[in-house]
Design a binder for this molecule. Structure first.
Ligand code: SF4
Ligand code: SF4
Length: 487
């Protein structure tokens, strides 16, 4: 398990002794903070510093705002994203997916799983580091905590101090905001499964159903617990992805890695007295900033650990120190084991693992594109009566019995008019009135189709069955069937 990175500045006496190698300046003078790391704290209070990877995390948190906004986007008089479980319909903007098309959802999930696997093969837990719900919420919650309670040292001191009115006030405000944000998270999640505006209305008028309350309360409690209390322990102890990542990465996967050859032996340069030999030290000045910023409390200098979510914040931290020391950046950097072995990374198309994942992704994407291109608001199915295949009527004409099934994939009622064509003098019984098909359901009826024997071209003569929604005639489907007669 990783250590908890609660850091304290080293005392002044120790700080002024540390000098920058090759100069007479102290680390304090060039603005490098030296920290000691305490490993016995219950909660990680990570330090926040700027940098490239911090910006990526900020952008990701900003993108997650769309989670709260999307339920209010409308499309065609309804919610654009609506997972309507009671009616078994998933609306995704213009597309409505019914249980019959569930394979499309399966291909989306397959694509997402393979994208995750490919990303892991390339750069480890990048999903966890930048985009995961848990780490993003944890990041936002700790940002709020810092705004109210102050930086890491103040929060540590507050945690350790006895309960006073001031501590009660600060903790109370922080937890009230956490709870409000957790409630909003739970409420928003539920809003993807029902009309969001109606949900607000039900909330304020006291008409929210028991199931909705249960779902919102459950999600509020879990969000509050995981993002504000359990925090990084979710990533290190509970996340199943952390457990399987070892199987998804290889020696070519780039991960935040400490350049041991360059950094060791680590240490803080002391002023040398005349006649004393300057100690031979690596570039790591053991300032502990990389540990102090880590949201999961990992000391990356000890090598890869299960708690590392590859967020790159330790890279930002170390680069900021190297900049001040006027040394090359990248003492901690995204690098693969093979790079440290002096090998050059092969191009992506020569990496079997990446090829397999992208191949499956391409397949899933192809299936999805095909599904989207061919998805129709109505599906027509025609089943031929097997026994008997046809009936010879007293007037000498032939009759076929067809079972017609119409699937309504829209969210509006369809009035479906059926017809048959393709044979001269074809007569149809059973289509006198349109059949009503409710949204997301299947309507069935029986047609009796009759034709004179002399117009048949053999045992099987092609005919066309057509269904048209009389409410909206642009919705129509044709089915190529056969009229069966004697040989
Ligand atoms: S060790 Fe570095 S990359 Fe890994 S979680 Fe900590 S800060 Fe992020
Ligand atoms: S690796 Fe960089 S940030 Fe970490 S202790 Fe060494 S110098 Fe400081």
């Amino acid at each position: 398990m990783s250590e908890k990175n609660n850091m304290l500045p080293v005392d002044d006496a120790a700080r002024i002794q540390n000098v920058v190698k090759g100069t007479s300046k102290t680390l304090d003078e060039i603005g490098v903070e030296l920290l000691t790391v305490s490993t016995d704290m219950k909660t990680v209070h990570a330090k926040r510093i700027g940098g490239f990877f911090r910006q990526i995390k900020n952008v990701s948190a900003f993108l997650w705002l769309s989670f709260f906004l999307l339920p209010y986007v409308r499309w065609d008089d309804r919610q654009a994203l609506l997972f309507d479980l009671p009616n078994r319909q998933f609306h995704i903007f213009a597309i409505t997916i019914l249980p019959q098309d569930i394979w499309m959802l399966a291909s989306i999930l397959l694509f997402a799983a393979m994208a995750l696997a490919a990303a892991s093969a390339l750069a480890g837990r990048v999903w966890c580091g930048y985009f995961c719900f848990q780490t993003v919420w944890m990041d936002v919650f700790t940002w709020i905590e810092e705004k109210i309670q102050g930086g890491p040292n103040k929060r540590i001191a507050l945690d350790q101090s006895p309960w006073t009115a001031e501590k009660l006030r600060l903790k109370g405000i922080t937890n009230a905001i956490f709870l409000a944000l957790s409630f909003l998270t739970g409420f928003t999640f539920v809003a993807y499964f029902t009309d969001a505006l109606a949900l607000w209305q039900d909330l304020f008028t006291g008409n929210l159903g028991g199931f909705a309350w249960l779902a919102i309360a459950g999600l509020t409690i879990t969000t509050f617990f995981f993002a504000s209390k359990l925090r990084e322990q979710t990533c290190t102890l509970f996340c199943p992805y952390a457990r399987i990542q070892g199987a998804m990465i290889d020696k070519q996967t780039i991960l935040p890695t400490y350049d041991r050859d360059r950094g060791e032996p680590r240490g803080r340069m002391k002023r040398v007295r005349p006649g004393e030999e300057e100690p031979k030290l690596g570039d790591c000045i053991d300032c502990n900033l990389c540990v102090a910023v880590c949201p999961t409390g990992v000391d990356i200098r000890k090598g890869q650990q299960i708690g590392c979510i590859t967020c790159g914040l330790c890279i930002d931290a170390c680069d900021s120190v190297m900049k001040k020391l006027d040394k090359p950046l990248g003492l901690i950097r995204y690098a693969s084991i093979e790079e440290f072995e002096g090998k050059t990374l092969p191009p992506l198309y020569k990496r079997p693992r990446v090829l397999v994942y992208t191949g499956i992704m391409a397949l899933a994407a192809g299936v999805l594109i095909y599904g989207l291109a061919t998805i129709a608001p109505m599906k027509l199915n025609v089943l031929h009566e097997r026994s008997p295949l046809f009936v010879m009527l007293s007037d000498g004409s032939i009759q076929n019995k067809l079972t017609i099934k119409v699937v309504n994939k829209t969210d509006k009622v369809m009035m479906v008019k059926l017809s048959a064509s393709g044979l001269e003098g074809l007569r149809v019984e059973g289509n006198e009135v349109p059949i009503m098909v409710s949204p997301g359901s299947v309507g069935a009826t029986t047609l009796l189709v009759k034709a004179d024997k002399k117009v048949l071209s053999g045992a099987n003569t092609p005919i066309i069955i057509e269904a048209v929604d009389v409410n909206n005639p642009v919705i129509h489907q044709k089915y190529n069937s056969m009229f069966i007669g004697p040989k």
